[in-house]
Ligand binder design. Structure first.
Ligand code: FAD
Length: 417
């Protein structure tokens, strides 16, 4: 067991583990602290496993406010805000409304593109097997109008240097002949990838332990020790379980719980928990080769080592991980409409999984140093793209921790914004 560490990372989700790996590879002594046991199944495990440079438009985008209000009236819709008296929710809603402008999206898109492409490259270069499947993604569209809208997005993607091809129904069928897709057409994004998130998490933990990093599970961070150096406020330790741990540098990567943690340090990381569900067919009738998004239903469909995972829904209902069977029913009803080889009965008896995404109002992660604390880095708020952006996030966290210059302009992601 190490006594003094170079860096302590709070949170052993995908962001924490990727940050730990990048720090360990720079020769730092790393400890990762997580309150959950080693066998856990939080947000970084049951997700759809997609690495998606195609997702360069943040959640807060023009049209989303109207669409969200329409969906609120449908109990099986993919988006829902549980109305509740909450100042945090009000602050988040105002932030979302302000961010959902064309000008803002124009500024955010190149940043998300750069982060995504860097992340894809970092995953490719990890140097151990993570089961990365580099076959691309189909945005499946049942309606002609949706395909037209997605074709506009594809044009923007091309303009940003992300290859995209608009396919009609026949071309879509030819792109993945092992499964029937009942659609008007699709957009194919060849750079997108997929993998099994659990396999990735296990591979990262194994690699970290091989490198001598310490993974402290079952230790909840309950408080911080503070001091000063050269007139600047500094973190000098943290209390986790019955232990006092100290390091030169600290990283908060505690997913949707990061805001609560940051508030103990006088910081605000405004976020809502965006609950989503997934169902995994272990012996599917058919296995697509490509991952896909059922665009109108907002479903993500991913083949994973012989299984097939279907996930979706963005439900803002507070820190509540309970399963809404109505929303899960919405997923089960929508899926066979796109993939008619399957029936709703295929899902009977399956235990749905739920996870809480950390969703900031403007749809951009919080990534960087803060003004208040000289030795703290924040890495959270990746919403629907935590897995996708994790490898790049880890690399950038290691840049901050070692006082190196990150390879991208991260002003829009500042935790102080
Ligand atoms: C249905 C669904 C599908 C998704 N599909 C995709 C996808 O295809 N691609 C993609 O990129 N993203 C996807 N996502 C989003 C992705 O799963 C998340 O963005 C990502 O998992 C967030 O990772 P994280 O490390 O920030 O947080 P988490 O995985 O939540 O990890 C945070 C960790 O912090 C720990 N923690 C919290 N508080 C404390 C404390 N006080 N002390 C110690 N530890 C603490 C928690 O125990 C937890 O382990 C999906 C999400 C859902 C719900």
């Amino acid at each position: 067991m190490q006594d003094r560490r170079d860096v302590i990372i709070v949170g052993a989700g995908i962001i924490g583990l990727c940050s730990a790996l990048s720090c360990a590879r720079r020769g730092l002594r790393v400890t990762v602290v997580d309150r959950a046991p080693r066998q856990r199944d939080g947000c970084s495990f049951g997700n759809a496993g997609m690495i998606v440079p195609s997702h360069f438009i943040p959640l807060a985008a023009p049209g989303m406010v109207t669409l969200g209000l329409k969906w609120m009236l449908d109990p099986e819709s993919p988006f829902y805000i549980r109305p509740r008296p909450s100042l945090d929710l009000l602050r988040w809603g105002l932030g979302f409304f302000r961010a959902a402008s064309a000008a803002r999206v124009d500024r955010a898109a190149p940043v998300l593109r750069d982060l995504s492409l860097l992340s894809r490259q970092c995953y490719e270069e990890l140097g151990f097997d993570i089961g990365l499947v580099k076959k691309g993604l189909l945005m499946l569209c049942k309606e002609e109008r949706t395909l037209e809208e997605e074709a506009h997005v594809a044009q923007r993607a091309e303009a940003l240097g992300i290859p995209a091809q608009v396919l009609d129904a026949r071309q879509t069928a030819a792109a993945d002949p092992g499964v029937t897709m009942y659609v008007h057409g699709s957009v194919f994004y060849p750079l997108d990838c997929h993998l099994s998130p659990s396999r990735l998490m296990t591979a990262l933990e194994t690699e970290l332990e091989t490198m001598g990093a310490e993974l402290l599970h079952g230790h909840e961070v309950q408080g911080w020790e503070k001091g000063t150096r050269n007139g600047r406020a500094l973190l000098t330790g943290l209390r986790a379980g019955n232990r006092l741990l100290s390091a030169d540098e600290y990283v908060i990567a505690a997913g949707v719980w990061s805001d609560e943690m940051a508030q103990h340090l006088g910081l605000r990381l405004t976020m809502q928990a965006g609950k989503g569900y997934s169902l995994t067919l272990t012996s599917p009738r058919r296995l697509p080769e490509l991952c896909s998004i059922c665009t109108e239903a907002r479903l993500a469909v991913t083949p994973m080592d012989g299984a097939l995972r279907v996930g979706g829904t963005m439900e803002l209902a507070g820190m509540d991980e309970s399963i809404s069977h109505r929303r899960v029913r919405g997923i089960i009803r929508s899926f066979p409409k796109y993939f008619p080889d399957f029936t709703e009965a295929d899902f009977s008896g399956l235990q749905p999984w739920s996870g809480l995404r950390p969703v900031p109002p403007d749809g951009l992660p919080y990534l960087g140093r803060t003004r208040l604390w000289a030795n703290l880095t924040v890495a959270t708020g990746h919403a629907m793209m935590g897995l996708s952006l994790a490898a790049a996030t880890g690399r950038i966290v290691a840049d901050f921790v070692t006082d190196s210059t990150p390879p991208l302009d991260l002003a829009l992601l500042s935790p102080d914004r």
